[in-house]
Design a binder for this molecule. Sequence first.
Ligand code: SAH
Length: 208
Amino acid sequence: MLDVKKIRLILELRESGIADSNILSAIEKIPREKFIPYNFRNQAYDNIALPIGDNQTISQPFVVAKMTQLLEVQPKFKILEIGTGSGYQSAVLSKLVRRVYTIERIKSLLIKAEKVFEELKISNIVSKYADGNLGWKEQIPFDRIIITAATPFISKEIESQINEGGIIVAPMIMKNKQVIVKYKKIGNKLESQIYDDVLFVPNLSGTE
Ligand code: SAH
């Protein structure tokens, strides 16, 4: 049953403009049900966000696919994610790039995500418990950075940890709504382009 729903989801994503077959195949490979609490597993391949505990959510598959597509990844890339949450976005990226570094500020969520990575034998994700807005300076520079919590502005640390020519994709809070923004670092400045409206949980500082 989940398989039929998965195929339907992949077709739906393709129809909504996700043209990159590597991304569609990464989504097909990662079992989203593993990242979701038991009572919601029958909805794993519905194109919706779902609760993962601690008032947080796993993003809608379309949003995961869209943000991944905007990142324009290449296999040799090193990516930083802020907001591990369930670990699903990291797992999708892990099929597309060399290494994913992911940071989560809620300890219990990070522990759950790490268990799933282990169960799925994903070995190219490195995770840590911290405030992601500070970045991960021991691992700089990053080719790409993805923020998966609604953010009022890109921190100086994040801006300084991306390569020249690198891309940052984030849900940005703008005038009472949230939009996906793609930033490109060119000549030490960030050039921005605005995409779809989205709804993410807030980016908070500190840890809990
Ligand atoms: N990428 C996730 C989406 C999770 S929701 C997934 O695929 O499931 C956003 C997550 O960002 C939440 O778990 C929240 O705790 C975390 N978060 C919010 N602000 C953060 C910050 N400053 N640093 C690290 N994690 C943060």
